[in-house]
Ligand binder design. Structure first.
Ligand SMILES: NC(=O)c1ccc[n+]([C@@H]2O[C@H](COP(=O)([O-])OP(=O)(O)OC[C@H]3O[C@@H](n4cnc5c(N)ncnc54)[C@H](O)[C@@H]3O)[C@@H](O)[C@H]2O)c1
Length: 458
């Protein structure tokens, strides 16, 4: 059988780059993962993942002989495909900061080979026109190298994986989007993704193929549309959550249960049940920065985007609803002890970027509360990134509950679905309030345990 394995370099070994790199190696390609962070590279060489992401370390072992980790871009010389998966954080004005992409593109250009077509892939989430910008940077560097002997093409290939299930989403995606006008380059990406598109790889034990998994669609399109697809997808998902949160506030006023409302509307196939859980709202590395970047693109073109503005402001309001709910139930909040159950922005990750826990903790500390926190995996990250927040770290939900007037469930970790509510109640003080920021607990069970239940929109 013809060997269709490619030589691939991935720049950036964060949530996206590392997952992409190890999955591409697991399906048979030879992959060099490059990062400028020497500490990350060293950990990866030892088979340890610098991020908490289920399945990654299994795949590191499984595909070890097809994976290399390095700070050097030298392997780009012989690569068929070079994937840019570096960060694109927000600047102070909400624009995407392209400095990492531009730096990586320039280094790639210095290391391109000669002769065969090499495909440079924008996998990072980038504003409209970034493919063109990357092409310009590479051409400028090549011109400085004394003539364009290298042949390259830029392809936009946005990423849709979710942290916490990143390996699953990469091996079993809904669709793969490839945007670009160079037919040969698009075909090289088709070859790269063929084992996933046709599901011909052996499913790893850590991430079995879902039963009845339908083959994913390959969406080939122009580069600008591919760039827009990623922003539109995130904006839509964020809007769906903010929509149900807006409805949940009105449910509280009129006495309806938002969980019932979500079930009732979600059964309509045009609406669908997912992303309709009311609560503290969205967080994470992408939704805030991508909605900000999309609004900033709108601004550049003098185009108002009122739905997006509402989506963002409703999400901010949801976080502060926790404080209002504590004020309504405890009356005086200053001097109280409040426990935060869950720091990560969502379960199965240690990522704290734009996590609601940070805003809520900050607000409680400013109001003069004593704040205790517990998270099964994100506490080390919190210690490292929020050393200025004077919280007490607890080893279990039970030690967290000790002497708390209120506990706020912020992240829907699996273990929080089975909290020992009676024991928690017996360790708490005063009003014994439990704010269920994710609406995951049964109000009647919480009340029977001796706690005051406060949910969102129910
Ligand atoms: N995290 C997600 O869930 C997710 C999902 C879809 C898309 N995205 C997008 O993917 C991109 C990457 O996100 P992430 O969460 O993986 O970021 P991350 O911050 O976890 O990782 C970025 C990595 O790039 C490295 N890096 C920076 N400059 C470099 C350079 N010049 N050369 C090599 N490495 C360099 C950093 O050291 C870091 O390890 C972003 O544009 C993001 O919006 C993220």
């Amino acid at each position: 059988m013809e060997d269709r394995s490619l030589k691939i370099c991935v720049a950036g070994t964060g949530y996206v780059g590392l997952t992409t790199g190890v999955c591409l190696a697991a399906i048979g390609h030879k992959v060099t993962c490059i990062d400028i962070d020497a500490k990350k590279v060293e950990m990866l060489r030892q088979g340890k993942s610098p991020i908490y992401e289920p399945g990654i370390e299994d795949l590191l072992r499984l595909a070890a002989d097809r994976l290399t980790f390095t700070e050097s871009f030298a392997d780009c010389r012989s690569a068929d495909v070079i994937v840019l998966a570096v960060g694109t954080p927000s600047t102070a004005t909400g624009k995407a900061d392209l400095s990492y992409i531009e730096a990586a593109a320039a280094t790639v250009a210095e290391n391109l080979g000669e002769g065969k077509l090499q495909v440079v892939v924008n996998k990072s989430t980038v504003p409209i026109g970034t493919a063109q910008r990357v092409k310009l940077i590479i051409n400028q560097v090549l011109a400085g190298r004394g003539g364009p002997k290298s042949r390259f093409a830029i392809v936009s290939n946005p990423e849709f994986l979710r942290e916490g299930v990143a390996v699953h989403d990469t091996l079993y995606p809904d669709r793969i989007v490839v945007g670009g006008d160079d037919v040969e380059a698009v075909n090289i990406l088709r070859v790269m993704y063929t084992p996933i598109l046709e599901q011909t790889f052996t499913a790893p034990n850590c991430c079995p193929r879902p039963e009845g998994f339908p083959l994913p669609a390959l969406v080939t399109t122009d580069g600008t549309s591919a760039e827009m697809i990623k922003y539109a997808a995130n904006a839509f998902l964020a809007t769906k959550i903010s929509f149900i949160n807006e409805i949940s506030g009105l449910c509280e006023k009129v006495g309806a249960d938002v969980a019932e409302v979500a079930r009732g509307i979600g059964l309509d196939k045009r609406i669908g049940p997912r992303f309709l859980q009311a609560g503290l709202g969205w967080g994470g590395s992408c939704f805030r920065k991508d909605t900000a970047a999309l609004r900033s693109i709108g601004n550049e073109y003098g185009y108002a985007m009122p739905i997006l503005e509402g989506t963002v402001s409703i999400n901010g309001r949801q976080r502060m609803r926790v404080i209002e709910k504590l004020q309504e139930s405890l009356k005086v909040v200053r001097g109280r002890t409040v426990g935060i159950l869950g720091l990560a922005f969502k379960p199965n990750t240690d990522d704290l970027r734009d996590a609601p826990s940070v805003d809520i903790t900050q607000a409680l500390l400013e109001m003069g509360c004593r704040v205790k926190v517990y998270d099964p995996v994100a506490m080390d990250n919190f210690r490292e990134h929020y050393a200025g927040l004077a919280v007490e770290y607890c080893a279990t939900p039970l030690t967290l509950a000790e002497n708390c007037d209120a506990v706020v469930l912020v992240t829907e970790w699996d273990e929080f679905f089975r909290l020992p509510l009676g024991e928690i109640a017996s360790r708490m003080n005063g009003e014994k309030v439990l704010v269920d920021g994710r609406n995951i607990l049964k109000p009647s069970q919480v009340q029977t345990a001796g706690l005051k239940y406060i949910g969102f929109g129910r």
